[in-house]
Design a binder for this molecule. Structure first.
Ligand SMILES: Nc1ncnc2c1ncn2[C@@H]1O[C@H](COP(=O)(O)OP(=O)(O)OP(=O)(O)O)[C@@H](O)[C@H]1O
Length: 250
């Protein structure tokens, strides 16, 4: 069974501790959403898992082969056009050039990019198009583990729903596990199997919730209701710095 195991993870930037005692697990095919206030260490945690930062304490063990990352900023190569940006991850995996190009074109279409947009450079693309390219680049390598740092935050609601569907398809058909950061509890309720609520000072996991309803049965009404229910729960209110919920009927 492929797994990611995080134990007693801590991280300091200089003398400042930003993560402390974080324990998390992720299994193949699972989606875990990390929610928490700005600055509580979510991106730092993702960077540690991606191997971009060495943790100051604790350990991260991963048996996943192949990681796809989408960061808050699309981080596209400015000198490569959209399709070549999508192909970049496959190039790193040494997929032959012809297959790489064919698959990148398929992914560009799947991400809703018109043929002429595929030939544009990042500065000629809108923010939403750049996000499509960044997600396409990560999904094109069919990663066993996908690390997402708020890739949908700046998108309009229509585009979000479109990209959520592409992501779900990859998870359901491709079996990718997903560790995603979001500020948006409703997004977490929509997409995740489990939600880990974090708080800052230093960053730690306050509580984990399972979202057991199958994706196909998550109607808009259910998502809204469940999000509202979670917003009433003490650890969620604490995580977002909200006062305790008023008693029912007051
Ligand atoms: N390279 C760095 N050097 C020093 N401090 C840093 C560095 N990167 C982040 N920090 C600090 O570490 C803390 C956690 O930052 P991080 O980006 O992990 O939080 P976050 O929860 O992802 O925030 P946001 O939701 O706003 O993206 C913040 O106080 C931030 O200022």
């Amino acid at each position: 069974m492929t797994v990611l195991t995080i134990r007693r993870l801590g991280h300091r930037y200089g003398l400042t501790s930003v993560l402390s005692g974080v324990d998390l697990d992720l299994r193949a095919g699972e989606t875990l959403a990390l929610v928490g206030p700005s600055g509580c260490g979510k991106s730092t945690l993702l960077h540690v898992v991606a191997g971009l930062l060495e943790p100051s304490e604790g350990r991260v063990r991963s048996t996943f082969r192949g990681i796809g990352c989408v960061f808050q900023q699309p981080r596209l190569m400015p000198w490569k056009h959209a399709v070549d940006n999508i192909a970049l991850g496959m190039k790193a995996l040494r997929v032959p050039a012809a297959a790489r190009r064919r698959r990148a074109l398929e992914w560009a279409a799947r991400m809703g990019l018109a043929a002429e947009d595929g030939r544009k450079y990042p500065h000629e693309l809108s923010g939403g198009m750049q996000s499509r390219v960044a997600l396409g680049r990560a999904l094109a390598v069919a990663p066993e583990l996908l690390l997402l740092d708020e890739p949908f935050a700046a998108l309009d609601v229509g585009l979000k729903l479109e990209l959520y569907a592409v992501l779900r398809e990859q998870v359901e058909r491709g079996g990718s596990a997903v560790l995603m950061i979001t500020h948006d509890l409703m997004e977490a309720v929509r997409l995740a199997d489990r939600i880990a609520v974090m708080a800052g000072g230093p960053g730690r996991v306050l509580h984990e919730f399972a979202v057991e309803r199958p994706q196909a049965a998550r109607s808009e009404a259910w998502i809204h209701r469940t999000t509202a229910d979670l917003m009433g729960m003490p650890p969620v209110r604490e995580c977002f710095g909200l006062a305790p919920a008023p008693e029912a009927g007051t």
